[in-house]
Design a protein around this ligand. Structure first.
Ligand code: MN
Length: 315
């Protein structure tokens, strides 16, 4: 997707290398995109946090729709990140300027590595289930990789674990020795967690990593704390495991990774290190340079919103 809640100024975010193993719950921002589609943004936060290399977390839907196209995000550019399209219901068709096409479906991942620059579109395909519900996540690329050649990968099959009382699918990185096998450039985890009624889930974790949970549906208890939906629950580092439970069935997503070690600048669909890089990327897009065209998309591309270069607050 294109960032549906762009800010006129760049946001600076970073990891916490030695965050306490506490539970910090941050309310998400939400916006109505029209046509009944809502998006709830859990990252970036005003508190400037990355979670490992994860820098963006948007949750859209659920939505049931009729004849019209529920999602139609015209061609737009990205730099410095990977887009992770993970669906709970429905279908989203990706096309990009390299000529790749991929259909995201529940349990199948679309992963685009933007590197030095790529353009893509994402839309509801003509034949669809009439429902859409899912996530758009971004992973920041580390300094040594962020200018790499762009690419796109589609994964049809991802590891599914069934520890007692739950179902876990690892879609990025690794969890307790189970590897997703998806392309990654930093140590990280992205996992879909489902608990049944009176479900319990014990997950061993890497204590050097930081983690966060977003509850998609239902209520989940973590160490006596109820984790409400519609918030990012930041868990810090130094945890060797998580024990989750739920009375009724519940669904959450776990993200985490090694503290990223680099402060990142985010604006619109760009992840960079300086405001000047953002300005240059915006100018290249507006001048139709560098990013290429999505030949498979019928229609106009998106224009970049205005960008205000201001000193970026550190903290
Ligand atoms: Mn996009």
């Amino acid at each position: 997707m294109s960032n549906p809640l762009p800010s006129p100024e760049a946001e600076r975010v970073e990891s916490q290398p030695d965050a306490k193993p506490e539970i910090l719950s941050y309310p998400a921002r939400s916006a109505d995109l029209g046509g009944g589609m809502t998006v709830v943004r859990a990252l970036p936060l005003r508190q400037h946090r990355l979670v490992g290399p994860w820098c963006f977390f948007d949750h859209f839907g659920p939505l049931q729709f009729g004849e019209r196209k529920a999602m139609d995000v015209a061609p737009h550019p990205h730099i410095g990140l990977q887009t992770v399209s993970w669906l709970f219901e429905g279908e989203v068709l990706h096309n990009d300027s390299l000529g790749f096409q991929g259909m995201a479906r529940p349990g199948e991942l679309n992963l685009m590595t933007a590197g030095k620059g790529i353009t893509h579109s994402e839309e509801t395909p003509p034949r669809n289930s009439g429902r859409i519900h899912g996530l758009q996540l971004w992973v920041a690329l580390p300094e040594a990789e962020r200018r790499r050649e762009p690419g796109f990968d589609h994964y049809k099959s991802l590891p599914l674990l069934e520890p007692g009382g739950g179902r876990v699918q690892v879609f990025m990185g690794e969890l307790d020795g189970t590897r997703s096998g998806t392309r990654a450039f930093s140590p990280l985890v992205g996992a879909d967690l489902n608990l049944g009624s009176n479900g319990k889930l014990r997950l061993p974790m890497n204590p050097a990593w930081e983690h966060a949970l977003v509850v998609i549906e239902g209520e989940i208890d973590l160490e006596g704390t109820q984790l409400a939906p519609g918030a990012l629950h930041y868990l810090g580092t130094r945890r060797s495991g998580l024990e989750l439970s739920s009375k009724a069935s519940a669904h959450a997503v776990l993200i985490g990774g090694a503290p990223f070690g680099e402060a990142v600048i985010i604006w619109w669909n760009f992840v960079a290190r300086t405001a000047d890089e953002i300005r240059q990327a915006r100018e290249a897009w507006e001048a139709r340079r560098h990013f290429g065209e999505v030949k498979a998309y019928q229609g106009e591309r998106l224009n970049a919103p205005p960008f205000t270069v201001r000193p970026i607050a550190s903290h």
